[in-house]
Write a protein that binds this ligand. Structure first.
Ligand code: UT7
Length: 330
């Protein structure tokens, strides 16, 4: 094995506007009580016309780079995990330009709510082979652009935000202790943001499909069942690879989709609920951003300390899911 990996900085950013459960009750037939007891959510942040995914990501990235104690020009790889780029060609290079990471190569990665974990694992391959040393990983989504605001089953769940970490190569022991990645395309229909084509005849016998994306559609119960079954398995396997047991885990850092999912996963893994890192009440489900957003809050609050062992897992559309176990800091 090549170089070891340490996560040395984190940062986050969220839009200013806060949409509360009571606001949602003015829009669709729902209530603060229903949303809070079924999901644990109270608020979510909604991006304005001037708060783009790239800008939020740039702020999160700059905070992470500052915490790592390096400068943007030290970064040699940027991976942006997102399903909602400002530009369909990708937004990672735009962010590279905004933060002045002139020595980096940047690209987008799409794996919905698993995106951040998949990006971390992807980055680790470049680092272990010695190709890159200082990597910026961003998880960001602005799903408010793509939610059906008349569908009470999904519109109450999602919010916007960005989170970032800096990973650095170290000669000493590797801090990324284990990981797992999975997908199951046979359940692809349970969570989608699908392209909807409209025929545009060009010339005789040739018609382009010139359309747009349909709002998020989700079979909530199916995704719920999938998450509660598969996430503990993915974390269990990563713990096995890392030669750890549940007692060795200091913090459980799950994709913030539903507080009930987080509680059920902790229970199955026999990890006490006090070890769950959750900020779902404030941000809702921010898709690829939710894991780094939650990590950043816990680090800045002083909850997560250098050397703590964190079991993280993302899950969502694809269906995709994955886990990573790492020690925080260096
Ligand atoms: O980030 C990607 C991963 N996403 C997830 O992991 C989401 C997983 N799914 C969930 O978190 C949950 O399934 C939801 C929060 C989406 C829904 O909670 P649930 O306990 O599974 O509710 P349900 O879908 O079984 O619906 C129960 C009832 C239904 O009414 P009936 O059929 O029992 O009369 C719904 O129509 O609640 C109704 N309902 C609502 N009522 C008030 C659904 N949405 C709402 C709402 N307000 N917003």
């Amino acid at each position: 094995m090549g170089a070891g990996i340490a996560i040395t900085g984190c940062g986050s950013a969220a839009p200013e506007a806060i949409l509360t459960n009571n606001h949602l009750a003015q829009m669709v037939e729902t209530s603060d009580e229903w949303i809070n007891t079924r999901t644990g959510m109270r608020n979510r942040h909604i991006a304005s016309a001037t708060e783009s995914l790239s800008q939020l990501s740039a702020v999160a990235a700059e905070n992470a780079i500052a915490m790592a104690g390096i400068s943007a020009t030290d970064i040699d790889l940027i991976i942006l995990a997102t399903s909602t780029p400002d530009d369909m060609f990708g937004s990672a290079c735009k962010i590279q330009g905004l933060i002045g990471a002139t020595n980096a190569v940047a690209f987008d990665l799409t794996a919905a709510c698993s995106g951040f974990i998949f990006a971390l694992i992807t980055a680790s391959q470049f680092m272990r082979t010695g190709v890159h040393q200082n990597v910026l990983i961003i998880g960001a989504d602005v799903l408010s652009r793509w939610v059906d605001w008349s569908d009470r089953a999904s519109c109450v769940l999602f919010g916007d935000g960005a989170g970032a970490i800096v990973c650095q190569s170290i000669a000493e022991s590797d801090r990324l202790l284990g990981f797992e990645m999975y997908s199951n395309g046979s359940q692809n229909d349970s969570l989608n943001l699908n392209y909807h084509s409209q025929s545009k005849p060009l010339v005789e016998n040739i018609t382009a499909q010139h359309g747009t994306y349909q709002p998020v559609s989700m079979n909530g119960r199916e995704v719920y069942r999938f998450a509660v079954a598969k996430v503990p398995e993915a974390i269990g396997k990563a713990m096995f690879r890392a030669n750890l047991t549940a007692d060795d885990i200091d913090w459980l850092l799950l994709h913030q989709a539903n507080q009930r999912i987080m509680d059920a996963v902790a229970k199955r893994l026999k990890i006490p609920s006090e070890k769950i890192l959750s900020n779902i009440a404030e941000y809702g489900n921010t898709s690829a951003a939710s894991i780094p957003l939650s990590l950043d809050a816990a680090v800045r609050e002083g909850k997560v300390q250098v050397g703590d062992t964190i079991a993280a897992s993302g899950f969502g559309a694809g269906l995709t899911w994955g886990s990573a176990i790492f020690k925080w800091g260096y």
